[in-house]
Ligand binder design. Structure first.
Ligand code: ASP
Length: 339
C-alpha cells in the first residue's frame, strides 16, 4: 500500500514538473508603443486598425528572430527599427517636435547577460537611434553619447544620417501649432479643453523587452520625448535604470510616460531591485512601482516587462497603452485600451 502511494506521489510530482516546464515559454517578447490618453472613441476605426496591424507586424518580426535562436538583443533592435520607421509612433519618423519645431531623439538598449548598455540623446539626424545606441554599447567604451558627439560617432561608424525633413510629419506640425495656440490662450487666463487624440497626447514612445532561448534578457526604448519640450531636454528613455533596464537575474523593462517622474523614481531599476533584493514577483514589483509609487509622485505612464521565466507584466496608470506580447507556444496578443 505504502509502495503504491509513494509511486503515485513520485508520478504526480514528475507530472507537475513536466507540466510546469512545458508551460514556461522558452522565449518571447513584449512591447509598447506609448501610453497616454488612448481611450475608446479617441482613435478612428482606421487608426485602430493601423495600430493593430502594426503592433502585430512587430510581434511577428521579433518572434521570428527569437524562434531562430537569435539573441534577445537582435529582436529588440529589429522590432524597434520597424517602429522607428513607422510614422505611427513618437520615435524616428513621426517623432514629436521640440518648442523650436525640430525633432530631437533619445534611445537606449541594455543586455541583461552582462549589464552592457548603450544610449544616445538629443540626436537630430539619426534614422534609427536604437541602432546607434547599440553601436555605442558595442563599439565604444562609453554608455551614453549625446547630440553632435553622438552624430560624429555615427559618421565614424558609417551609420547613415538623414535630414530633419525625413522625421517631420504634418500631424505633428499641426499638433505643435495647436499646443502653442493653446498656450497663448492659457497665458491670457482662458481654460482650453483639448479634443483630438493628436492634440491631447504627447506620447508614442516605443519599447521592447525580450527573452531568448539561451535565457538572455534585453530591453530597448526609443523616443522623440515629449511634444513642445525645451531645447536639450532629455527624458527617461535613454537613461539606464529610468526608462530602460535589463538584468538576466531579474527582468527586462521598457517604460513610457512622463519622463521626469520616471527618472526621479529610477522606475525600471527599481522594479528589478524589488525582484532581486525583496524576492518579489515581476507582477508585484511592477505594480508596486507603477500603480503605487509613480501615481503618488504625480507621474503617469506604464511599463512592459518580461522576466527570466517568461512571465510578463504591463501595468499603466493612463487611459491606455499601445502594447502586445508574443510568447513561445502562445498566440500574439495586441491591446490598446484598459481591459
Ligand atoms: N518617456 C518619454 C519621455 O519622457 C515620453 C513618453 O514615453 O511618452 O521622453
Amino acid at each position: 500500500m505504502k509502495k503504491r502511494l509513494a509511486s503515485f506521489l513520485i508520478f504526480a510530482l514528475l507530472f507537475s514538473i513536466t507540466l510546469s516546464a512545458q508551460q514556461k515559454p522558452k522565449f518571447g517578447l513584449i512591447l509598447h508603443g506609448g501610453a497616454g490618453s488612448i481611450k475608446k472613441g479617441s482613435l478612428t476605426p482606421k487608426q485602430e486598425e493601423d495600430y493593430t496591424k502594426m503592433l502585430n507586424e512587430c510581434l511577428q518580426i521579433g518572434y521570428k528572430i527569437l524562434e531562430e535562436g537569435k539573441p534577445a538583443l537582435d529582436a529588440v533592435e529589429a522590432v524597434i527599427n520597424h517602429m522607428e520607421d513607422s510614422p505611427l509612433f513618437n520615435a524616428g519618423k513621426g517623432a514629436v517636435l521640440t518648442s523650436d519645431g525640430v525633432v530631437e531623439l533619445d534611445a537606449a538598449v541594455m543586455n541583461g547577460a552582462n549589464l552592457a548598455a548603450g544610449a544616445v540623446a538629443g540626436v537630430h539626424h539619426i534614422k534609427n537611434p536604437i541602432s546607434l545606441a547599440r553601436l555605442v554599447m558595442e563599439k565604444s567604451k562609453h554608455v551614453m553619447l549625446i547630440s553632435d558627439g553622438a552624430e560624429r560617432f555615427a559618421k565614424e561608424n558609417n551609420t547613415p544620417l538623414v535630414d530633419q525633413e525625413y522625421f517631420i510629419i504634418p500631424a505633428r506640425l499641426e499638433a505643435l501649432k495647436r499646443i502653442k495656440a493653446r498656450e497663448e490662450e492659457e497665458k491670457k487666463g482662458k481654460t482650453v479643453t483639448s479634443v483630438s487624440y493628436w492634440e491631447d497626447t504627447k506620447r508614442g514612445t516605443v519599447g521592447v523587452a525580450a527573452l531568448d532561448v539561451n535565457g538572455n534578457l534585453a530591453a530597448g526604448t526609443s523616443t522623440g520625448g515629449v511634444m513642445n519640450k525645451k531645447y536639450g531636454r532629455v527624458g527617461d528613455s535613454p537613461i539606464i535604470g529610468a526608462g530602460t533596464y535589463a538584468n538576466n537575474k531579474t527582468c527586462a523593462v521598457s517604460a513610457t510616460g512622463t519622463g521626469e517622474y520616471f527618472i526621479r523614481l529610477s522606475v525600471t531599476k527599481d522594479i528589478s531591485s524589488l525582484m532581486e533584493y525583496k524576492g518579489m514577483s515581476l507582477k508585484d514589483a511592477a505594480d508596486e512601482v507603477i500603480m503605487k509609487k509613480l501615481g503618488e509622485l504625480g507621474g503617469d505612464g506604464g511599463i512592459i516587462a518580461i522576466d527570466k521565466e517568461g512571465n510578463i507584466a504591463w501595468p499603466f496608470n493612463t487611459d491606455g497603452m499601445f502594447r502586445g506580447y508574443y510568447l513561445q507556444g502562445g498566440q500574439p496578443v495586441v491591446k490598446m485600451y484598459k481591459d
